[in-house]
Design a protein. Sequence first.
Length: 257
Amino acid sequence: MIIKYYNNNITLSDDFDYIMFTDLKLNNDYINELFRDISDNNYDSIIIECKKSFISKSTEILLKLSLSVKKGSLLSCINIYSKATYKFLRENNALPENEKKRIMGNSLLFKNNFNVKLLKLNDKGNNKIGLKNLLALTLMEGTILKYLIVGVSGVAVNEGILLLLHTTFGPYISIIPAIEISIIYNFILNNRYTFKGSGHFLTKLIKYNAFNLIGYGVNLLIYYSAISYKTNIYLADLFGIIVAFIITYTTATLLVW
């Protein structure tokens, strides 16, 4: 449902000062209250989230990580925009015509530092997102797949350096430059390709390096702990890699870029 507000009144005309998108049935008093709030306080947008299940909360965490959104709410049931904000979203093909575009629109507002007010509504609403849209947003629009591709290519770099150096320096020494060079390689690609980073290059590199070394340490800790309980070495290594990936990707998204 689309509701427009013009000259301090709800209107059916094409012109508007503010516009609301919602799937909920709302009473007129509440609608007018929201429009007065955005008008009186000159907000660019009001985003209202409905009551979320555990699955919805977990989904939102994944979406925010993948879309590099560090604040706000992506799963909403009511969206109100100023005319200028509406124009910005329309130009970016992110008006809330469906659940995917609603999430992309919310993401753009928070990443571009629009003046957004967040509210919560004690209503279940429609906070769910279909699997197809979830995969499209996290893998195609987000950074997870790119980060994974860079990581896999980094493994090849690691193995290549190890192959070049192990005959000269032995397996125990040669692994150190192999790990460090692969980390630097991953950082350069992630900075340019995955996160399209800006800001102080060296500071980000130091943080990325530190978090990746922590990831490697956790990987080894899990591996040695698992095999001490006679777990299959390949399963132990795989589990360690998965946990290390979660650590490095989360820290890269939230703390490096």
